[in-house]
Design a protein around this ligand. Structure first.
Ligand SMILES: [Zn+2]
Length: 266
């Protein structure tokens, strides 16, 4: 059997927001204080091409939602040697506004999504302002158009997208949320996306405040752990600690892009 390929794996920080601890845990937090949130896209790259994981939001959406936009997440792919015009595969962990904007900036890509997510984003639960608040209707319509253009691959369960790239549903925060496992030179790394926004959500068993099913969110922490060789192989979706624990791609990219394929400083 041929050995699995290894990918270079990067996190690119494209936005942030000031926030409080009580914003990030169901039930709040007894020791309320500042707890900023970062926004990332991730890239698994090899000589054969790049898999982009999520596409971030646009400057316009950032302004409307009061987020601090640092850089275009798609333009930033060039920082790690990836040309968005050439990207063949975009994995969407889910369709919340901060993960699925900018899809129109990948002219050649196919998009990989769990089918329950598009049902969720277009179905009756969007009657509820609390749930639809996490979506941008133009993004949702855009995904429908991409589907009609034959450019979306849907999954119902775990799947191997390519040797060394696997997809795993872990709903709760969103109905069709999935995380991505990438084979790197340090072994499998779990790009958790919003299965755990912060290290602290999974470590303390307290899910993030945006939820459609809390029981599923709690179960999903176990699913993450079951797919990672060790705790330090799990990368949360929004934690500024990711920038602190992993080395910058280069000195100039400190605070902008880090390597996830090397051991973190925990
Ligand atoms: Zn989300």
């Amino acid at each position: 059997m041929p050995s699995l390929p290894t990918y270079d794996l990067f996190a690119i920080r494209y936005a942030m927001r000031a926030a409080k601890r009580s914003d990030h845990f169901i039930g709040g937090d007894p020791h309320d204080g500042p707890m900023p949130m970062d926004y990332f896209v991730w890239v698994a790259a090899s000589d054969a091409g790049a898999y982009v994981i999520d596409t971030g939001f646009t400057a316009e959406v950032a302004a409307r939602r009061g987020r601090t936009f640092l850089r275009c997440p798609v333009e930033s792919l060039h920082l790690v040697g990836v040309d968005p015009d050439a990207v063949g595969h975009v994995i969407l962990t889910h369709m919340h506004y901060d993960h699925v904007g900018n899809f129109h900036k990948f002219p050649r890509a196919r998009f990989h999504l769990q089918e329950p997510e598009i049902r969720y984003a277009t179905g009756r639960l969007m009657c509820h302002a609390r749930l639809r608040h996490s979506f941008e209707v133009e993004d949702v319509v855009g995904m429908v158009r991409l589907n009609y253009a034959g450019r979306v691959d849907f999954y119902n369960g775990a799947a191997e997208l390519a040797p060394g790239i696997t997809l795993h549903p872990a709903p709760g925060h969103s109905v069709g949320l999935q995380f991505v496992r990438v084979h790197t030179r340090r072994g499998w790394v779990v790009v958790a996306s919003d299965v755990t926004h912060f290290y602290e959500n999974m470590e303390s068993g307290r899910p993030f405040s945006t939820a459609v099913n809390v029981g599923d969110m709690l179960e999903a922490f176990g699913t993450l752990a079951a797919h990672a060789p060790a705790h330090e192989h799990i990368v949360p979706g929004h934690d500024p600690q990711v920038m602190a624990r992993y080395p910058a791609v280069s000195p100039e990219l400190a605070g902008i892009a880090v390597r996830l394929d090397v051991k973190p400083q925990m």
